[in-house]
Design a protein around this ligand. Structure first.
Ligand code: HEM
Length: 149
């Protein structure tokens, strides 16, 4: 069960964060304020899917990891606390702040400072999730473990 659930929950989590990141950058670069407000308001609702997906990927990953040894699993395990801390301490508070600022039309310095921080923290989690996906596929032999191979 964990074998199926784990990569599916991982893919859901990665797609959700990518969607938040891209809809944020694209709307803020190319769309008007009402679209930006829509995006910023929708993102916290997305946490209702993202947070359970992350909990499932972590729990199933640690369960699968019990029967595996080696550097790839160790690296995946070591990335997990950073992904979780970044999500809980930076991304969720930032998204809630940005949603309330956008809804009251306050696109001020505070909004853009927190927005910049959120994009950097989001990019970090996208990178860490992508690395965990890559190492997961390597573990299963679906990717070469030697990039030069
Ligand atoms: C955080 C995000 C994570 C993502 C996106 C992710 C993604 C994946 C993917 C795509 C696979 C390949 C599955 C397959 O091809 O059948 C995989 C396998 C695996 N992952 Fe993760 N993983 C994550 C976290 C973790 C963590 C925290 C651990 C352990 C501490 C872990 C341990 C494993 C193990 C042991 C396998 C091989 C499992 C098997 O026998 O099917 N993963 N992972």
């Amino acid at each position: 069960m964990a074998k199926i659930v784990h990569p599916v929950a991982g893919a859901v989590a990665l797609v959700m964060i990518l969607t938040f990141w891209l809809s944020t950058t694209l709307s803020e670069l190319f769309a008007n304020q009402s679209v930006v407000t829509m995006v910023k308001t929708a993102i916290p609702w997305g946490f209702l899917i993202l947070v359970p997906a992350m909990m499932i990927v972590g729990a199933s990953g640690f369960r699968l990891g019990k029967t595996w040894r080696g550097p790839l699993v160790a690296k995946k395990r070591a990335r997990m606390p950073f992904i979780v801390a970044n999500g809980l301490l930076v991304l969720i508070p930032a998204a809630l702040y940005l949603s309330s600022k956008a809804q009251s039309g306050a696109f001020d310095t505070g909004f853009y400072a927190v927005q910049a921080l959120e994009l950097v923290a989001g990019a970090l989690n996208i990178t860490l999730l992508t690395l965990n996906m890559r190492d997961g596929l390597r573990l299963k032999g679906r990717l070469s473990s030697d990039p030069n191979h």
